[in-house]
Design a protein around this ligand. Structure first.
Ligand code: FMN
Length: 238
């Protein structure tokens, strides 16, 4: 059973325009691929502690915070077949909830923890700031190893006021079909040049012994992103 996990950083939960746009899209994917499962995690409903900046994750692979919702969310993201990461534009950027998620998943960047996971961004906004927000989401996901295959964009206003909804439903039907085809294995998911560049950059960024050993154990130092991905798919390790 294939599963899409969507993590949405709006505090508005059920009234969130970003959640509504994402759920409409997921229902459209389901029309093409009825056995697909999905879960929408709204960060407005969950308690995530801010990063303490202690570097424990970089030294041990584990975060010192153990009693909030993040470890379970991270596990759900890792186990998913496809990730949607969404945010409203707040002051030209992602919401604080998404920033908190990124700070707490710092190690996924250095360890390329989501290697090969296909992903989409989902952003709603009223007037401006969409470009920067979407680029930021895409950059962070790419550094984590995700392969971004598209973007959902909608014009939203106050909570529950989503004038762009019908337009989005029509606009993203074709993308829903493509995502369904990717999940069922009928459409190839190709890494981008950014995946290759980010992987090459992360090879040179080893701050701790733990990170270095992790890359060594994975056998990634001499490989390109595509070769490392192939290796992960055939012999996952670590
Ligand atoms: C604190 C705050 C800051 C915002 N900043 C922007 C902005 O910089 N640019 C913009 O176009 N919309 C901005 N908006 C509007 C939201 O992006 C828009 O209403 C969005 O659809 C809300 O999504 P949500 O319902 O999923 O929370 C802001 C809204 C709030 C509450």
């Amino acid at each position: 059973m294939k599963k899409i996990v969507a993590v949405i950083g709006s505090p508005n939960n059920e009234k969130s325009n970003t959640v509504t746009m994402t759920k409409d899209f997921l229902e459209a994917v389901k029309e093409f691929y009825p056995t697909m499962e999905y879960e929408v995690i709204s960060l407005g409903e969950t308690l995530i502690q801010p990063c303490r900046g202690c570097w424990a994750c970089m030294k041990t692979g584990c975060c010192i915070h153990k009693n909030d919702a993040l470890p379970e969310i991270m596990q759900k993201i890792r186990q998913s077949d496809f990730l949607i990461l969404g945010s409203p534009v707040y002051e030209n950027m992602v919401s604080a909830q998404i920033k908190m998620l990124f700070d707490r998943t710092f190690m996924w960047i250095h360890l390329v923890g989501l290697m090969g996971k296909p992903a989409l961004t989902a952003v709603t906004y009223e007037e401006d700031g969409r470009w920067l927000t979407e680029k930021y989401l895409t950059a962070l996901m790419t550094m984590m190893g995700c392969i971004t295959v598209g973007h959902l964009r909608g014009i939203g206003k106050a909570p529950g006021c989503f004038p762009g909804r019908e337009h989005c439903k029509a606009k993203y039907k074709a993308l829903a079909g493509q995502v369904a085809a990717m999940l069922s294995g009928n459409r190839k998911i190709r890494p981008s040049i950014y995946n290759r560049i980010c992987f090459w950059m992360m090879k040179k960024h080893h701050h701790t012994d733990y990170e270095y050993q992790y890359w060594l154990d994975k056998g990634w130092f001499k490989l390109s992103y595509s070769k490392a991905l192939q290796k992960e798919r055939t012999h996952p390790k670590g």
